[in-house]
Ligand binder design. Structure first.
Ligand code: PPS
Length: 290
């Protein structure tokens, strides 16, 4: 019997679907934030490694101290579209700011820095599914299935829009001086190297901190999947306790436990079509189907 497909619920702002809990006025003002030369943006399509990098930069900025319980990473390294421009502008400089916006919508300043993290779309959609199911008051999708969500994702009918449009918009800028383009998978393969790369990109004062072995080891330890799995209210205070945790599996290839043959073929086709003429497939050469 054909069951009717469920869809997450969203609000709408400036052509974007947004989670229902996000004040539309904040989203709108976030788009108009006046980026400053000392701003550092962490930019991702949802579920591609944002929180991991938010915590790395927060710890770099706090001499290796982990984010204490009771604080919320999305206020410390605030999510621009959630808190709005006024909140971000009132922060002391240098600011560290999270955004999920595609390049053309991201507030731009030639002297600001942008760290972009990409993750393969197969694992991204699985992570995004659990996210959407879990934040009940944002999406009202607690009963939705992976099949339901997959259809929304492949049509680009999810919050922040189409995965591929987002990736392509930033991939075009991967060699800009003020952009650091990394992948979630590369970070997992060699985390110390990428923590160094992030620190180096932020500036010599951050890189110097890593010469202190205590600071470096503390950052490595407290930003590991195991450490970040603890005290998760730091990253997801609004997630009901009974739902799948926000820091969920942190694996490469979990998509194999969720996709049907047909879904593999359809997402692979979309991947091929959307990225034709680029070498994006090389980012995940051994990880995803041709
Ligand atoms: S969000 O909601 O867009 O900000 O989510 P985001 O932080 O981008 O992505 C969440 C996924 O990242 C995984 N994660 C990590 N993986 C490895 N190491 C560390 N330290 C880490 N921290 C977060 C998290 O588990 C989500 O992926 P899945 O596949 O769902 O586990």
């Amino acid at each position: 019997m054909n069951q009717q497909r469920q869809k997450p619920h969203y609000s709408m702002c400036q052509g974007f679907l947004i989670p229902m809990g996000f004040p539309v006025t904040c989203f709108e003002s976030g788009l108009n934030y006046n980026a400053q030369p000392e701003d550092n943006f962490i930019v991702t399509y949802p579920k591609c490694g944002t929180t991991w990098v938010q915590h790395i930069v927060w710890m770099l900025n706090h001499d290796g101290e982990p984010l204490p319980v009771g604080k919320d990473i999305n206020l410390e390294v605030p999510h621009l579209e959630e808190v709005g421009a006024e909140f971000v502008a009132a922060m002391p400089s240098p600011r560290f700011i999270k955004t999920h916006l595609p390049f053309s919508f991201t507030p731009y300043c030639a002297d600001a820095k942008y760290i972009y993290i990409a993750r393969n779309p197969f694992d991204c959609v699985v992570s995004f599914y659990y996210h959407t199911k879990g934040f009940v008051k944002h999406y009202n999708f607690a009963e939705g299935t992976f099949n339901d969500f997959f259809e929304c994702f492949i049509e680009g009918e999810v919050d922040w829009g189409d995965y591929f449009e987002h990736l392509l918009s930033w991939y075009d800028h991967r060699q800009d001086d003020n952009v650091l383009f990394i992948t979630y998978e590369a970070m997992k393969a060699d985390t110390p190297k990428h923590i160094r790369e992030i620190a180096n990109f932020l500036g010599s004062s951050y890189l110097d901190k890593l010469n202190n072995a205590e600071i470096f080891n503390s950052i490595l330890k407290h930003t590991s999947f195991t450490s970040m799995s603890q005290d998760q209210s730091r990253w997801s205070s609004q997630r009901p306790k009974e739902m799948t945790p926000f820091i969920r599996k942190g694996e490469i290839g979990d998509w194999k436990n969720h996709f049907s043959e047909d879904q593999i073929a359809r997402l692979s086709d979309k991947f091929r079509n959307k990225t034709a003429g680029t070498d994006i497939a090389m980012l995940w050469a051994d990880l995803i189907p041709n």
